[in-house]
Design a protein around this ligand. Structure first.
Ligand SMILES: *[C@@H]1O[C@H](CO)[C@@H](O)[C@H](O)[C@H]1NC(C)=O
Ligand SMILES: *[C@@H]1O[C@H](CO)[C@@H](O)[C@H](O)[C@H]1NC(C)=O
Ligand SMILES: *[C@@H]1O[C@H](CO)[C@@H](O)[C@H](O)[C@H]1NC(C)=O
Length: 487
């Protein structure tokens, strides 16, 4: 693993988060590409599949050097962490290995059969030994990633154990070395090519279904994986950010950001970034999409509980008990009037011990099944109400559930796999996911007990991103995300 930063140049070449290397012989190497997720505006990797290098060409203007050092520390942090993309790559790699190992076993057993004294010693067992060592290291790394990998790894580990035993036996015969080394190398290289081709299987995205979590049960979170001050460090206390769970073609990697620019309460635009790395370094392309030139005015944004879904921004309409849907393509707003008695304009906010968060009467959330709105009404006595937002020409209110959670007793809510979760403030460093409500079974829990390690005291918006199973939080102008762990 290596990383090279050269401040004096505008072209920087580096290896991303982690590069795994399998070495089959000193002359034969395979580099597996692990895409970079958290660094810089990167022009795409070279098309060749056997090298891992990212070429970054930037001008001074676009790339402020003071941010570089921040990013650099983020990058080194990133080394130790497994991102979703990386996990996918590792998974692919594991799949490749899994297919490769039987082949290797076959090779070894063939070599055993070839034992006619003269030929046997010829194989440089060291070559295979080195290979085994590297594969072993890789297995170790894979082993320590996620629980989801455990089954596959242990099966692979078993095969490795078997291989190791074979190797031990073979070693006893290894007296002559050298003669057929080249032949063996050729064979290994052929296998390697085969392996290389198998290493990039297409992983089908899971089909989302309400209440039927494709990933299993929500058990914990880890992180933060991302913690960035973004383009305007410290400037906007309230806001929201994230990824569109149902992005338009070509916008799959985009991130969005809404800062409440008017009195920490209102906003009239959404800012877009072509990747997480450009959000971190603060290079916004394609820039802002304006809802209205005035702020605030009819149908602009009120409060930080905002989501982007299917190319449309959903939020609490300014000065109304309604959800606005702003279509970023047509630049038009349609709205969904909430039931009579719905509390708005900071009447039933989310609260912690010392303060309530301004204009958080309505919370919007996304999960595998779409958009949800969380609110309360006078007739529900401040207890939290959850409704599905159905998409259509105009958004409409779908099925509704009533809960026994007092809305002002929570700091935030989010949805994952048809289950509503609520958080509360524990102390400056810790927030707790303490409550859940399953919309399928109706089961309510007040003892979820999952803790969030905070980077700053207040989380003003929190939303689950089903595309990468991350929780995105906007906290006192910092953008932070956590990985959700499913069982
Ligand atoms: C994988 O990890 C588990 C515990 O985390 C350990 O018991 C097992 O030996 C590991 N397997 C390998 C092949 O390292
Ligand atoms: C969740 O993960 C944290 C570490 O990230 C760990 O300390 C805690 O015990 C885990 N909680 C559960 C319920 O597994
Ligand atoms: C947004 O507008 C475009 C163009 O009018 C339309 O094709 C698309 O379906 C709209 N999206 C939503 C979510 O309404």
């Amino acid at each position: 693993m290596q990383k090279l930063w050269d401040r004096s140049q505008t072209a920087v070449k580096f290896n991303p988060c982690s590069v795994e290397r399998l070495s089959f012989a000193p002359t034969t190497m395979l580099y597996v590409i692990v895409p970079l997720w958290a660094l810089l505006a990167v022009s795409q990797q070279t098309a060749s599949s056997d090298r891992c290098s990212c070429e970054l060409i930037i001008s001074q203007k676009l790339f402020p050097h003071d941010k570089l050092s921040r990013v650099e520390s983020d990058a080194s942090e990133c080394n130790g962490k497994i991102t979703h993309e990386k996990t996918l790559e590792l998974e692919s790699l594991l799949l490749g290995l899994d297919r490769r190992l039987p082949q290797l076993l076959e090779d070894v057993s063939m070599l055993t059969k070839e034992d006619d004294r003269d030929l046997y010693g010829v194989l440089s067992l060291q070559v295979i030994e080195n290979e085994m060592k590297d594969i072993n290291q890789l297995i170790d790394k894979l082993n320590s990633t996620t629980a989801g990998h455990q089954r596959l790894t242990s099966a692979t580990a078993k095969q490795l154990e078997d291989l190791k035993a074979e190797m031990g036996a073979l070693e006893l015969y290894d007296t002559m070395q050298v003669v057929k080394k080249q032949q063996a190398n050729r064979r290994l290289r052929r296998d390697l090519d085969k392996c290389k081709n198998e290493i990039h299987p297409v992983i089908q995205p899971t089909q989302p279904q309400q209440g039927n979590c494709p990933h299993g049960e929500f058990v914990n979170i880890t992180g933060p994986r991302v913690n960035t001050a973004g383009e305007y460090p410290g400037s906007y206390k309230y806001g929201a950010w994230g990824r569109d769970p149902k992005p338009e073609v070509g916008k799959e990697k985009w991130y969005w950001l809404v800062m409440l620019t008017s009195g920490n309460k209102h906003s009239n635009y959404v800012r877009l970034y072509a990747s997480l790395s450009s959000l971190i370094v603060g290079v916004s392309v394609p820039g802002n999409v304006l809802i209205h030139s005035s702020n605030p005015t009819t149908n602009t944004i009120q409060g930080p509980n905002i989501v982007l879904y299917g190319g449309a921004l959903y939020y609490n309409c300014y000065n109304r008990d309604a959800v606005c849907r702003f279509n970023l393509t047509s630049k038009t707003v349609t709205s969904l009037q909430l039931p009579k008695g719905t509390r708005f304009n900071s009447k039933s906010n989310f609260c912690q011990i010392d303060e309530c968060y301004l204009f958080t009467d309505l919370d919007l959330a996304t999960d595998e099944s779409g958009v949800w709105v969380i609110y309360t009404t006078t007739q529900d006595l401040g207890y939290l109400v959850l409704s599905k937002v159905d998409d259509g020409e105009e958004p409409t209110l779908g099925q509704t559930w009533r809960t026994s959670l007092y809305k002002m007793g929570a700091t935030n809510t989010f949805m994952a796999c048809g289950v509503l979760y609520a958080t509360r403030y524990v102390d400056k460093e810790t927030e707790e996911i303490f409550y859940s409500f399953d919309t399928v079974t109706g089961v309510e829990k007040f003892d979820v007990g999952i803790f969030i390690k905070k980077m700053s005291p207040n989380i003003y918006s929190l939303n689950y991103s089903p595309v990468d199973q991350m929780l995105h939080a906007y906290c006192d102008s910092n953008m932070v995300s956590y990985k959700v762990l499913f069982e």
